[in-house]
Design a protein around this ligand. Sequence first.
Ligand SMILES: Cc1ncc(COP(=O)(O)O)c(C=O)c1O
Length: 451
Amino acid sequence: MDASARASNAFYLDRQARRESNARSYPRRFPVALKSAFGSTFTDVDGRTYLDCLAGAGTLALGHNHPEVIETLQDVLSSGLPLHTLDLTTPVKDQFVADIFDTLPSGLREEARIQFCSPSGTDAVEAAIKLAKTATCRTDIVSFRGAYHGMSQGSLSLMGSLGPKGSVGQLVPGAHFFPYPYAYRCPFGRGGEETASLAAEYFERALRDPEGGINLPAAVILEAVQGEGGVIPAPAEWLRAVRRVTRDLGIPLILDEVQSGVGRTGSFYAFQKAGIVPDMMVLSKAIGGGLPLAVVVYREGLDLWKPGAHAGTFRGNQLAMAAGSKTLEIIERDGLVERAAMAGRRLRANLERIAAETPYIGEVRGEGLMLGVEVVDPAGRPDALGHPPHGPEIARMIQNDVFRAGVILETGGRYGSVLRLLPPLVISDEEIDQVSGVLASAFERLGRKAA
Ligand SMILES: Cc1ncc(COP(=O)(O)O)c(C=O)c1O
């Protein structure tokens, strides 16, 4: 193999396909081998540059290779600090805990405890569930349709999507699924504001019903904006109702902020729009500044774990903690939470303009820079609410088309029919308009093709 062939996407993709698991997913949609990345862009080994609206599945709040984060990592590397510390403390860890606690809402901050977990989001979800069960001496967990909490067996048992669960068989028992306030595809067939009030009422009645068949759960876990489930923001009044009911019934409420946290939705945590305070929070992705890190933060009253009740070798990633602290500092200094809100408004307005011109978009929704475009098939039979059916093939065509034009967008939601935009919080107005222009052209081409 000569050097020029070795440097091509095709070379690496072929080797990847022959050696890596059939479960690999992103390379099927984005057939590239990455070479370098900076800010909101990356460049493949063929020298093509892409605008990255996936950003490590929402991990890269500051985009790729932020120079100050890189400098911090270099400082740690040359300082002699042990990089691997189990759960022993260090000055870097001490600072990181202080920085995380500073982000917590009042009402939790004063009585917070933190557990460092193995480094992915799903590990922290597992830890939260274990802790809730230990603290309440109960077994069942309430989750919501469309939920995504990760791919390990406990998290999978709380997942809405049936795809990854189907072949695994019996998962962790005691999971119950309630309707999430997804108004566009209303689980009650009503839509609009009624969806949230019906979902709240249903939730409360079911949990209070002595003949409801559901044991008082150890926890209720939810995302304030469902991400993988199709970018579905929960209305504030529904979040407040869930908080009220869980508090009244003594059920710990776990907010999974793995994807929506750290400024992504235009508030530091997505639940803050509702003014609620959870009993536990699960954090990962952006919290490690782009490096693997996951924690559970919870009220100290729940801390009924015995020493060693939760462990894991890789809980002491000093580089991730240093990168996380630096990221939090930059987010605060540069007003990036407000910036995410403002940039999100711009992107959303652009997307709504596109939606106004095409029959293929059913809804544009989301918060801050966590936005989704529900793609529909206008030729299909509308549902009871008058909405055309999901358009997964059309969504995939758009995804491929924008990829060819240099934009990376993931799909999600039911049947994969929602285009998801999760760019770094530092994306510029110019880049936003570029992404929007590429999307607009893709939908325009589709219109011509379908005509
Ligand atoms: C809300 C939410 N929770 C948990 C997870 C799982 O995180 P990880 O993939 O790091 O295990 C994800 C991942 O996308 C997520 O979006």
